[in-house]
Design a protein around this ligand. Structure first.
Ligand SMILES: [Zn+2]
Length: 286
C-alpha cells in the first residue's frame, strides 16, 4: 500500500533534506548571514542591531534579578565546537536548580540554557551588536529559556520564549587577568579546534564567573531574534554596557577554531539588521 502520494513524497523528501542540512549545520558565516534564507531573510525583528545612547529610550525599569548565579554549576561542564561557535550547555547548579533571571522588561522567569561566543580574527573585531558605534572583540551570549516552556525548541517558536544576556569582551595588551572563570573556559579552546570536538571545563564555576562579574545595572533591552538560522524572532535581548577586559592572547585562542569544512572559524558574527521602528530601551539608574 502506498502511504504517500507523489506530492506528499516530494514534501517529505524536502523535509528530510532540510533536516539533514540543519543537523549538519550547513550554513556558514562567509557572508555574515546575508545568504541565509527563511526568517533570516524575511523577518522584521532581527538581530543584531546598532545600539546607541542617543537613540535608545531611557526608562527607569527594574534591574535584572539573578537567581542561583552565585552557585557552583554541576559537573561536567562541556564545551563543543559545533561548526559555528564554541558552545557550552549549562547544567543545573549544585542545589539542583537552574540559574535563572527575571526583572528588567523580561516577560517571566528565564532559565540559563547555554553559552556561546561570536568573535573576529587577528585583524578584525567580532561582536554582533555595536554599542555607540563600537564593535567589540568578542560577544558572549548566555541563552535563557522561558521557564513556562518545556524545551528550547518549543520556546524558540514563541515571541516570549528566549532571553539572551550579552557581555562584550575587550582585548587588552595585559598578560594578567583576574577573570579566573572566563580564563578557565578560554584555556580549553585549544581542545575544541576541530568541528564536533568537545572538552570538559574542570573546576568549580558559577554563572557570576561566566558573566565576568561586571556591573549589571546598565543595559539595553529590545526584542529581536537569534543571530544564526533559523533566526527565530523569540529573543528578549539584554546587552550590558559594561564590558570585560581580557588579555589579547586569550581572545586569540578563538581564532584557531575550524568549521565543518576545516576552514578557519573566524568572524562568526552576523551583519547588522534593520531596526524597523522597534523601541530600544536603555535602563537608567535611579
Ligand atoms: Zn549568539
Amino acid at each position: 500500500m502506498c502511504l504517500l502520494n507523489r506530492r506528499g513524497l516530494i514534501v517529505f523528501l524536502q523535509f528530510l533534506l532540510l533536516a539533514a542540512k540543519q543537523a549538519s549545520g550547513q550554513f556558514n558565516h562567509d557572508q555574515h548571514g546575508m545568504d541565509w534564507a527563511g526568517t533570516c531573510a524575511t523577518g522584521r525583528s532581527q538581530s543584531p542591531i546598532r545600539l546607541a545612547d542617543n537613540t535608545a529610550i531611557r526608562v527607569p525599569i527594574p534591574g535584572i534579578r539573578f537567581t542561583n548565579y552565585n552557585r557552583v554549576l554541576q559537573s561536567p561542564l562541556i564545551m563543543t565546537n559545533n561548526g559555528h561557535t564554541a558552545n557550552i550547555v549549562l547544567p543545573p547548579t549544585n542545589n539542583g536548580q537552574r540559574a535563572s533571571i527575571e526583572g528588567g522588561l523580561l516577560p517571566g522567569t528565564f532559565e540559563a540554557d547555554s553559552v556561546h561566543f561570536h568573535w573576529g580574527s587577528a585583524n578584525s573585531r567580532g561582536s554582533e551588536h555595536l554599542i555607540n558605534g563600537q564593535r567589540y572583540d568578542v560577544e558572549m551570549h548566555i541563552v535563557h529559556k522561558n521557564a513556562r516552556y518545556a524545551t528550547l525548541a518549543e520556546a524558540s517558536l514563541r515571541p516570549d520564549g528566549l532571553a539572551a544576556l550579552t557581555v562584550m569582551f575587550q582585548a587588552v595588551p595585559s598578560l594578567i587577568s583576574t577573570q579566573f572563570g572566563l580564563n578557565r573556559i578560554l584555556d580549553r579552546l585549544p581542545q575544541v579546534i576541530r568541528y564536533q570536538s568537545s572538552t570538559m571545563i574542570a573546576g568549580q564555576l558559577t554563572m557570576n564567573d561566566l558573566l565576568g562579574r561586571i556591573p549589571t545595572g546598565r543595559f539595553y533591552a529590545y526584542s529581536g531574534s537569534m543571530t544564526m538560522p533559523e533566526c527565530a524572532e523569540s529573543v528578549s535581548w539584554i546587552v550590558f554596557l559594561d564590558s570585560v577586559k581580557l588579555p589579547r592572547r586569550q581572545i586569540a585562542k578563538f581564532w584557531d577554531l575550524l568549521d565543518q569544512r576545516r576552514h578557519p572559524l573566524i568572524n562568526n558574527y552576523r551583519s547588522l539588521q534593520a531596526i524597523n521602528g522597534r523601541p530600544i530601551f536603555q535602563r537608567t539608574l535611579i
